[in-house]
Design a protein around this ligand. Structure first.
Ligand SMILES: Nc1ncnc2c1ncn2[C@@H]1O[C@H](COP(=O)(O)OP(=O)(O)OP(=O)(O)O)[C@@H](O)[C@H]1O
Ligand SMILES: [Mg+2]
Length: 491
């Protein structure tokens, strides 16, 4: 199968060749002909398998006839995170290089007015996060009645509880006759049931077993104690044990853990940066750009970075915590091993997390081996969930009990749903007076912290005694000094 057989226009084909794509991927080969026939499509394919081009290319072909009118964009792509929306805009720069299209990126956390000005001139394509899109609509800067094609990328996430009210509202503002396409690497049955209200007789394209992980990703589990310090020891030992590591993303379940891990890894000499939803947008973009350009070796991230991000170089993904939603596992580890490249994914598992890991194994229909870190964790403690807890030093943190892990895990579910949706919704609901609004538009608004994240974790609230600081940097002459591979070290 070649791109020529899919029905794409000559201008699109030329850009595809210039992008270096020689053969369409399975999702592209199977979805593009239907998309060009203006059918609704539900496209499910593994991470890194080229779903973006599967909707960008037919959209480009379709846009060749007709033109945009002021404030009435012709096509709309919805994305769950700002970074992902910005990345899809980049795809238009590459694949749409022969098309003189106006592409507007409507995302929260950055100035509103330049976005509005772009739509005023007439946008062919709008790529948006739902909150900011509705903000433009409510301020009367955008009409959605001219939208001919809607793409909801990461569709299962977008129909999840945090986003569904916005998505329902947006879809009511679009013409009934529009074409709609959904894409994702996962689609849990309870969410799939919801898709029926948005898609009309969709063509279902599913290129691999549902929620399966790419064959090119080597996946392993690593046993770790639950104690936070011992967990960080395990993580460092694990990273250092990887000889073939180029760079990696470390995922944690909570924003507070992300911030803590970044500090800790830096103190231990790693070249690390953080990305989570409580950071302001310029810091988020700066960190991501540094990671993309290899200035940063380790990106410590929340699930805000779990979906869609395409950084072809990423050699390793480390899950510091087992994700609570099994689908998140598929997306997190999918940041490596993309487009047929080799990738490595390690998931640290405490005894308390066994039910979550079992759910993941059932979802991906794989049994994953455990990896023994050569020489064990840096602390010398056995990285063995079943081993008896070591005697606690005075001032050291109390090992947390199972009930507490559960209690902490549950609210995160809500926090997760609100993470991207809340700050944006707030931007449009609590609209300041006109004068204030202008000022706010210059400076990005700090997203509101919900009650969960505003309260520091118990361990953070406890006063630290320097002599017992359990995450102190190693001594210069200590274990790690001569052991740090140059590429991992701070620059
Ligand atoms: N036909 C092709 N030939 C070669 N490379 C391709 C082709 N199509 C896409 N790619 C490349 O594959 C990589 C992954 O593509 P993309 O980001 O669209 O994956 P995805 O399926 O959307 O993954 P995810 O589920 O993680 O969002 C990108 O770097 C893209 O440039
Ligand atoms: Mg994608």
């Amino acid at each position: 199968m070649s791109f020529n057989e899919l029905g794409l226009s000559p201008k699109v084909l030329e850009a595809v060749t210039a992008a270096g794509y020689t053969t369409p991927t399975a999702i592209q080969a199977q979805a593009i002909p239907h998309a060009l026939q203006r059918k609704d499509v539900m496209g499910l394919a593994q991470t890194g398998s080229g779903k973006t081009a599967a909707f960008v290319l037919p959209m480009l072909s379709m846009l060749e006839s007709g033109r945009a009118r002021a404030r009435m964009p012709r096509t709309l792509i919805l994305e769950p995170t700002r970074e992902l929306a910005a990345q899809v805009e980049e795809s238009f720069a590459t694949l749409g290089k022969n098309h003189k299209l106006t592409v507007a990126l409507l995302i929260g956390g950055v100035a509103f007015e330049p976005q509005a000005a772009k739509i005023d001139r007439g946008a062919d394509v709008v790529i948006a996060t739902p909150g900011r899109l509705l903000d433009h609509f409510e301020r009367g800067r955008l009409l959605m009645t001219g939208i001919e094609m809607l793409v909801i990328d990461e569709a299962d996430r977008m129909l999840d509880m945090g986003f569904i009210p916005d998505i329902e509202r947006i879809c009511k503002l679009l013409p009934f006759t529009r074409q709609t396409m959904f894409f994702s690497a996962t689609m849990p049955p309870e969410i799939q049931r919801l898709t029926a209200q948005f898609l009309h007789n969709p063509v279902k394209v599913e290129t691999a077993a549902r929620s399966s992980t790419a064959e090119t990703i080597e996946q392993k589990l690593v046993k770790t104690p639950h104690d936070p310090k011992a967990k960080r020891d395990t993580l460092r030992a694990l990273i250092r044990s990887q000889e073939n590591i180029k760079n990696g993303i470390v995922f944690a379940n909570r924003k507070t853990t992300v911030a803590l891990l970044e500090k800790s890894l830096k103190r231990h000499g790693f070249n690390a940066g953080a990305l989570h939803g409580d950071m302001d947008q310029s810091a988020r973009m700066k960190t991501l750009a540094a990671f993309r350009s290899n200035e940063l070796t380790l990106l410590i991230a929340s699930d805000v970075a779990a979906r869609g991000l395409d950084i072809p170089d990423v050699s390793h993904v480390f899950n510091f915590d087992v994700p609570i939603h099994s689908e998140d596992y598929v997306h997190r580890i999918g940041r490596t091993g993309r487009a047929g490249r080799e990738g490595h994914a390690f998931t640290m598992v405490t005894r308390e997390e066994s039910k979550y890991i079992n759910a993941i194994l059932a979802l991906i229909k794989k049994d994953l081996p455990y990896f023994d870190i050569p020489g064990g964790a840096a602390s010398g403690e056995e990285a063995e969930g079943d081993s008896p807890a070591p005697a606690r030093k005075r001032g050291a943190k109390r090992p947390e009990r199972h009930e507490r892990a559960e209690r902490e895990a549950k609210p995160e579910r809500q926090e997760r749903a609100e993470r991207e949706a809340k700050p944006e919704r707030q931007e449009r609901e609590e609209r300041p007076e006109r004068a204030e609004r202008q000022a706010a538009e210059q400076a990005p608004q700090a997203p509101r912290r919900d009650s969960q994240s505003a309260r520091p974790q118990r361990s953070e609230r406890r006063p630290r005694h320097s002599s017992h600081d359990d995450d102190a940097a190693p001594h210069e002459t200590g274990f790690h000094a001569g052991n740090m591979p140059a590429f991992l070290a701070r620059k």
